[in-house]
Design a protein around this ligand. Structure first.
Ligand code: C2E
Ligand code: MG
Ligand code: MG
Ligand code: MG
Length: 280
């Protein structure tokens, strides 16, 4: 009996592995097609200057809904795009569209784009990005580039040269997801960031965990000593917002202000907040 049971169990695992592989292959080919067809869309989440309550800009976040597979979150399709070698195509198509769609917002509204760790190894990244902006007539000085910590680890020299080249054109560089990686302090010293975004896991935890609140207070103070602009992502409540602002956090992002939306809704939010300011 034991033998038969074991065999049955093994067959069960075999089948679920087949199923898993089949699903992955399906997802991969759907993603390749979606990137090629321009079916990955830019959504826009507001960043608010906590000192004067103005919209600082918007972060571009990619969204993908497949006809058959439904909505796939970026935490799934971005790593997959990196693995199958389509992340650069995805980035260029989303950045190009975002520049085109937001050009009319004007010089005061900045656009923040995520660049994959893998792309930082490309010595042509800076010139490619500049060429895309030029084609779209989008001023580089309106663009922020967000880089997650893992991005920087392998090839420090190439990454440093790329970031410096972008900064020389007026772009601002943000270190994304600060605190989530394992060598944060090393990266702060190795690169000159204009902004640092405190990882949303800390900011979300502030809602119910005093220790996370104290860690964020300390991070803000550290960053201020280094002279970098501080950004907190994952602000969902007025209490968390108040504590961050009181501790000198300069820019905020989170569902409290708004989720990532298509261009039409983002433009509406911008108009509404501008109108509010005129009344106030
Ligand atoms: P990220 O760059 O750290 O982007 C912020 C993420 O936090 C977004 O998740 C956003 O929806 C989420 N978020 C913002 N405020 C709140 C909040 O108040 N509460 C909660 N629970 N979440 C909040 P999203 O859009 O799912 O993106 C996940 C990650 O995928 C991004 O993290 C980024 O690393 C990556 N990603 C998304 N689009 C792109 C892209 O076009 N290119 C690259 N390379 N990466 C992208
Ligand atoms: Mg980001
Ligand atoms: Mg982040
Ligand atoms: Mg991230």
């Amino acid at each position: 009996h034991a033998k038969r049971d074991g065999r049955g169990l093994f067959r069960f695992f075999e089948q679920s592995m087949d199923e898993e592989l089949r699903r992955r292959a399906e997802l991969e080919s759907a993603l390749k097609k979606a990137v090629a067809a321009g079916d990955i869309h830019p959504f826009y989440q507001p960043l608010v200057d906590l000192r004067d309550n103005r919209v600082y800009g918007f972060e571009v976040l990619s969204r993908w809904t497949d006809e058959k597979l439904g909505a796939i979150p970026p935490d799934v399709f971005i790593p997959l795009a990196e693995q199958i070698g389509v992340i650069a195509d995805l980035t260029w198509s989303v950045v190009r569209r975002a520049c085109r769609e937001t050009l009319q917002w004007g010089a005061q509204v900045r656009l923040s784009v995520n660049v994959s760790p893998m792309q930082l190894k490309d010595p042509l990244l800076a010139s490619r990005l500049l060429a895309t902006l030029e084609e779209e007539k989008f001023p580089p000085s309106r663009l922020d580039v967000e880089i997650t910590e893992s991005a920087l680890i392998d090839d420090v020299d190439t990454a440093r040269a790329t970031l410096a080249a972008l900064q020389a054109e007026g772009m601002r560089i943000s270190l994304d997801d600060f605190g989530a990686g394992y060598s944060s302090l090393y990266h702060l010293r190795a690169f000159h960031f204009d902004k640092v975004k405190i990882d949303r896991s800390f900011v979300l935890a502030m809602q119910h965990d005093e220790e996370s609140g104290r860690i964020v207070d300390a991070i803000l103070s550290l960053l201020k000593h280094l002279g970098v602009t501080t950004v907190a992502e994952g602000i969902e409540t007025a209490q968390v917002l108040r504590r961050l602002a009181e501790n000198g956090c300069e820019i905020g992002q989170g569902f409290y202000f708004g989720k990532a939306t298509p261009i039409a809704e983002a433009s509406k939010l911008l108009r509404r907040r501008r109108a509010d300011r005129r009344v106030a």
